[in-house]
Design a protein around this ligand. Structure first.
Ligand SMILES: N[C@@H](CCC(=O)N[C@@H](CS)C(=O)NCC(=O)O)C(=O)O
Length: 233
């Protein structure tokens, strides 16, 4: 059994998809980051970096409980545990890891910052941050489009944890200012992944989760974003 510390964000959706794809049993524990649950001492024992997702595998290495945080590490751990969605061949495996790293170091942070500047920047803030991330998000989508023109999936010929990591971040492509009208390869890839039964099951679960996102107070948002009285001097 896996304890899964979750809510609704794209990094969490990756883990829902992976658990459903692998058919692993799991128990959800919601950590409402909009209420500050990630700062509670009991959660900080699981992830000292106060972020979801995190898992505790009750049947970890040596039969002992094992905690994993960081979505990329969780996907790699579950791939290794199950032997799924990560090729055995070294070159093929590193093809997957490279595209996984592009998600972890590029797509996730840049798309996340764009969302922040689009939705949560103070009114009247200058547009420098927004414009910088918008341009970088468009560039990254061009890189993905080109890759998917040369390869069926991001990591190669097979669906892998590189796709599982990237797909949730692309679900809001219209809101991110990148309609797929001129992106046939991303469209093909996106539709194929959306149609997978495990992906549908995972997203149905996510859709039912209620968070404090719409009702968070200004203070709760400041705490989440580390600004206002929560900003480090
Ligand atoms: N690099 C991390 C990022 C995780 C992340 O940003 N999680 C957000 C989800 S909304 C979070 O928990 N934020 C709470 C906070 O930063 O206080 C991963 O890939 O797992």
């Amino acid at each position: 059994m896996i304890d899964f510390y979750a809510l609704t964000s794209p990094n969490v959706q990756k883990v829902y998809i992976m658990l459903e794809e692998c058919g692993l049993p799991y128990t959800e524990h919601y950590v409402d980051v909009w209420k500050g649950d990630q700062f509670k001492p009991e959660f900080l024992k699981i992830n000292p970096n106060n972020k979801i997702p995190a898992i505790v595998d009750r049947d970890g290495p040596g039969g002992e409980p094992y905690t994993v945080f960081e979505s990329g590490a969780i996907l790699m751990y579950l791939a290794e545990k199950t032997g799924k969605f990560m090729p055995k061949d070294i070159a093929q495996r590193y093809d997957v890891i490279q595209w996984l790293m592009i998600q972890l170091t590029g797509v996730g942070p840049m798309f996340g910052q764009l969302t922040h500047f689009k939705l949560f920047a103070p009114k009247g803030a200058d547009s420098y941050g927004h414009d910088r991330y918008q341009s970088e998000v468009k560039r990254l989508y061009e890189v993905l489009e080109q890759r998917l023109g040369a390869s069926p999936f991001l990591g190669g010929s097979e669906y892998s944890i590189a796709d599982i990591a990237t797909f949730p971040w692309t679900r809001n492509h219209d809101a991110q200012g990148v309609p797929f009208t001129d992106k046939p390869n991303l469209t093909r890839w996106f539709d194929a992944i959306s149609a997978r039964p495990a992906v549908k099951a995972a997203l149905a679960k996510v859709a039912q989760i209620k968070s404090n996102r719409e009702t968070a107070t200004d203070d709760q948002k400041d705490q989440f974003f580390g600004r206002g009285k929560y900003a480090r001097a």
